[in-house]
Design a protein around this ligand. Structure first.
Ligand code: NAP
Ligand code: ZN
Length: 349
């Protein structure tokens, strides 16, 4: 076993404490990664607090991992010691079902293995990126292009791919009107990516507090959803709406903003069910859809796209002692726009 230092919660309420966890010994196709940076995703909070179902404690969250290859197993061909690499929300899948064969491992019919809070094929409970090291099979490791700094690259492994994938699937492009609901970690990446793909981008945020930022990130328009006039003015106007909100919001109000044949894709994942009135859909042949992260091939494509278009998340780098505080700020929608933990501070208490 390989020991790693980590920050874990020991109950749904936290707080984070320094601990030691075990990573498996390298199997022939495994890569040992020395983690340099880990992003904080709202999913870390939903999971650790048991909102999506019970989990085991201690739990080390973190699925936006950027680091350097420290060691490789005997049969590894894709990576060498020193390579700049990333790991996202999954570390394994069956590799045999139709979805895995098609490079959509996130939709593995056996269920993909989450980077944390899942049981892997070795029977070990997975622990995530708020730690110094992780062992991952090479097929679930991606390469971080040289043009992307490691700290800013980390959030691309979840926030980046989770927004890139639906924007590609529903073809954000010139001539398309795309709205992004919620300007947080995922939302701000959706704005940057949709803008880079050539779409006309509108931000729908709770208030106008972040309007200047939104326009700088690449939005063409910015509206407050707290203003009822917004829903009247924008009725029937979007081809695609990407909802990134982490809480339950009024789906029917947002569906009314779609044009004929428009799609509202939900990537936000509140635990509470969202209710949809069929008349919000049938009147204008609208679709209500969901999307989960992206496959490994598409994750690599997204990283290369970001390097090519000079796109990187807006980050606030914090030390490991500031995780609890950062989580509170995420919950208060006070994040601009992703917290990233500097893993070199792991042992400083
Ligand atoms: P985040 O940084 O907290 O951003 C969420 C944003 O939603 C906030 O910044 C806020 O934007 C808005 N918001 C929050 N509470 C709201 C409320 N009560 N009413 C209206 N708007 C509200 O979170 P994130 O890391 O981007 O994650 C967003 C959601 O996506 C989470 O539920 C997460 O679990 C989920 N997720 C899903 C996937 C997937 O594969 N589908 C992957 C990653 C994350 P404004 O201040 O601009 O209004
Ligand atoms: Zn995430």
């Amino acid at each position: 076993m390989i020991n790693a230092n980590a920050r874990a919660v020991f109950s749904p309420d936290g707080p984070f404490k320094l601990t030691t966890i075990e990573r498996r010994d390298l199997q022939p196709h495994d890569v040992l990664i020395e983690i340099k940076y880990a992003g904080i995703c709202h999913s870390d909070i939903h999971t650790a607090r048991g909102e999506w179902g019970p989990v085991q404690y201690p739990l080390v969250p973190g699925h936006e991992i950027a680091g350097l290859v420290a060691q490789v197993g005997s049969d590894v061909t894709k990576y060498a010691v020193g390579d700049r690499v990333g790991v996202g929300c999954m570390v394994d899948s069956c590799g045999e079902c139709v979805n895995c064969h098609n490079g959509e491992e996130q939709y593995c019919l056996e269920g993909n293995t989450g980077t944390y809070a899942a049981t892997d094929r070795y029977g070990q409970y997975t622990q995530g990126g708020y730690s110094t090291h992780i062992v991952v099979t090479e097929d679930f490791v991606v390469r971080i292009p040289d043009g992307l700094p490691l700290d800013a690259a980390a959030p691309l492994l979840c926030a980046g791919i989770t927004t890139y994938s639906p924007l590609r699937h529903w073809e954000a492009a010139p001539g398309k009107k795309v709205a992004v609901v919620g300007l947080g970690g995922l939302g701000h990446m959706a704005v940057k990516l949709a803008h880079a793909m050539g779409a006309e981008v509108t931000v729908l945020s709770q208030s106008l507090k972040k309007k200047e930022d939104g326009l700088k990130l690449g939005a063409d328009h910015y509206y407050a959803t707290s203003d009822p006039e917004t829903f009247k003015k924008l009725a029937g106007s979007f081809d695609l709406i990407v909802n990134t909100v982490s809480a339950k919001v009024d789906m029917n109000a947002y569906l009314s903003l779609l044009a004929l044949d428009g799609t509202l894709v939900n990537v936000g994942a509140p635990a509470e069910p969202l209710s949809v009135n069929v008349f919000s859909l049938i009147g204008h042949r609208r679709s209500f859809a969901g999307s989960m992260i992206g496959g490994i091939r598409e994750t690599q494509e997204m990283l290369d796209f970001c390097a090519e278009h000079h796109i990187a998340p807006e980050i606030e780098v914090i030390s490991a002692n500031q995780i609890d505080e950062a989580w509170e700020r995420v919950l208060a929608s006070d994040v601009r726009y992703r917290f990233v933990i500097d893993i070199s501070t792991m042992n400083k208490e």
